[in-house]
Write a protein that binds this ligand. Sequence first.
Ligand SMILES: NC(=O)c1ccc[n+]([C@@H]2O[C@H](COP(=O)([O-])OP(=O)(O)OC[C@H]3O[C@@H](n4cnc5c(N)ncnc54)[C@H](OP(=O)(O)O)[C@@H]3O)[C@@H](O)[C@H]2O)c1
Length: 263
Amino acid sequence: MSEIRDQCIWITGAGSGIGQALVRLLVAQNNFLIISGRGSEQLLEVQKLCPQRIRLLPCDVGNDEDMQRAKSELESLTDQLDLVIACAGTCEYEDDLRLDTASYRRVFDSNFFGVVNTLRTALPLLNHRAAGKTPPVFAAVGSLSSVVGMPRAEAYGASKAALGYFLDAVRADTARVPLRIVEIRPGFIDTPLTASNDFSMPFLMTPEKAAQRILAGLSSGARTIDFPRRLSWPLRLMGCMQSLWFGLVAPRLTRIHQLRHRI
Ligand SMILES: NC(=O)c1ccc[n+]([C@@H]2O[C@H](COP(=O)([O-])OP(=O)(O)OC[C@H]3O[C@@H](n4cnc5c(N)ncnc54)[C@H](OP(=O)(O)O)[C@@H]3O)[C@@H](O)[C@H]2O)c1
């Protein structure tokens, strides 16, 4: 397994949580990092880890115009990228099946269109392969929640499931070019995203541990990086045994006992 070292890497969602933990590990391995998020203050804090090897590229990945500006800035920072990790994302739970489309759009803007925009911005810089070097990698963070239909996760899970299909299709379309597409599907990680969750989160991991698992998966050449296995295997099994999931497990998880009458 080769360590990721001396590479030029762009990470979105790098101001906190999993993204920030990835920056910590990657900067310690002598990589040059370009870090993105909407909040410049958080990014400036992260840059303090190693100002010589970390550059800031604040942007809203879900905003097409902002990403147009970010593209020129990115091209002024580097003329090639070895690895991109699209980690930016958000979560809004669906309460009482309100089907509030504004919430769905916010979630899809960051989690789905944000990754499309990130790939569009990075693609010209990923189009290279030096002799003897492994191909460039585009990785995006999905979620194990997309493996089965989770109560309250209609918007979040759908955005991550759409992301999974998108990555598969891009992988198919780039099958003859030197570009590796990777889907990362974590379970529950202890970050600001999950800090206000009021339900039990089995096998909760630290962002540091999650970042280690991601880097090990990226180094191993995997196409999909699912972790922890203790959660991913049962969920994948449930994905194959739908009657068990919807008949036995989902009724215990849902908070809806009755549909409210709406006019
Ligand atoms: N924590 C978990 O249990 C878990 C599980 C599975 C998957 N994930 C996924 O892992 C990724 C990282 O999440 P996390 O847990 O580390 O949460 P986090 O600490 O909240 O990190 C998410 C980061 O994304 C940035 N971001 C959100 N929307 C953005 C946008 N439109 N443009 C640019 N940056 C944006 C946020 O910064 P700004 O607000 O400053 O922009 C934040 O720094 C997400 O894709 C999440 O869905 C998390």
